[in-house]
Design a protein around this ligand. Structure first.
Ligand code: PLP
Length: 323
């Protein structure tokens, strides 16, 4: 197996991120719940995309790219973190964002400007249109002697997913140091790469753990996640063997992607007030609330404690109200 740390990777975040038990929440819900604070990864307001970008931007640099394109919704956390990381590397960053959702200069759009990204809105519902526009602009740049890389939505490629294989390794070490007996990893699933990396990491390092993806959009992640994990395993030249209960998708979308959900608000407030932790209404608030509901419905078997992987997203709190 090609070792994970032999692939080119840039040190963009501060890892390992903190891992600890949520004492008050665990007492309230009668189950040990731990948190992996990838919202505290040291870039901007933190978030899961930095682990992916460590691989994706290393690859872009190795290919001699001077410009990075990526995409997402108007308030994309991924786009904002790409802007932040590209700026640190001295790369030009062009964000082709869907003209959907909160397009006012709020939340992540303020940060995109701060990091010097060029933001262009594309009035479409289809990422295919956006990728076509990226191709067109990349060709224009090539004619000027520049080289652009295109990072797809969410950075959810097999290479990007490897970032979350690293995260499982960190959780395993931190759990051992703190005497935690983990059985479950839970994360928000928006484009699939984070959950795919967690699944592959668990298969490689912690084969008894179950990964639960909390879908915040309605794509068929039960297929997308294992397929991305298998392709990521291929990059490591390692087999990807499965068990029937190593992974499941649970959907907690409410009225739609990026629409704050009134049912989640009490859970978001509770975590802020009991543990001082911020969740956003688009990703982590839905994943957290969905996880606690699943727990209350008896949806977590007793194989071990639960880890919530906090994937960031706090800037959305400054762009939209909780429902
Ligand atoms: C804060 C936050 N959490 C979770 C996710 C979902 O991660 P993934 O796209 O890898 O499924 C995203 C994706 O944009 C995000 O911004």
């Amino acid at each position: 197996m090609q070792e994970l740390n032999t692939l080119p990777k840039l040190p963009l975040g501060l890892y390992p991120t903190p891992f600890y038990k949520l004492e008050a929440i665990s007492a309230k819900y009668g189950r040990n719940i731990w948190i992996k604070r990838d919202d505290l990864c040291g870039v901007a307001l933190g978030g899961n995309k930095v682990r992916k970008l460590e691989y994706l931007l290393a690859d872009a640099r190795a290919q001699g790219c001077d410009t990075v394109f990526t995409t997402g919704g108007a308030q994309s956390n991924h786009a904002m973190l790409t802007a932040a990381c590209a700026a640190r590397l001295g790369m030009r960053c062009i964000l082709l964002l869907k003209k959907r959702g909160v397009t006012d200069r709020l939340g992540n759009l303020i940060l995109d400007d701060l990091y010097g990204a060029e933001v262009r809105f594309v009035d479409t519902d289809s990422y295919d249109d956006i990728y076509a526009e990226m191709d067109r602009l990349s060709a224009e740049l090539a004619a000027e002697g520049r080289k652009a890389c295109q990072i797809p939505v969410g950075g959810s490629t097999p290479l990007g997913s490897l970032g979350y294989v690293n995260c499982v390794w960190e959780c395993l070490e931190q759990a051992q140091q703190q005497g935690a007996s983990i059985g479950h990893l839970v994360s928000a699933t928006g484009s699939g790469g984070t959950t795919a990396g967690l699944l592959l990491g668990a298969r490689l390092y912690a084969p008894d753990w179950m990964v639960t993806g909390m879908g915040v959009d309605d794509d068929p992640f039960d297929k997308i996640v294992p397929s991305l994990a298998a392709d990521a395993a291929a990059l490591l030249n390692t087999p990807f063997s499965r068990t029937p209960d190593d992974f499941r998708m649970v959907y907690h979308i409410g009225q739609g992607y990026a629409i704050p959900n009134a049912e989640d608000t009490p859970f978001i407030e509770e975590l802020a007030r009991m543990e001082g932790i911020l969740l956003d209404p688009v990703y982590t608030g839905k994943a957290w609330s969905g996880m606690l509901k699943l727990l209350q419905d008896g949806g977590f078997d007793r194989r071990g404690d639960i880890v919530f992987v906090h994937t960031g997203g706090a800037a959305a709190l400054f762009a939209m109200d909780l429902a």
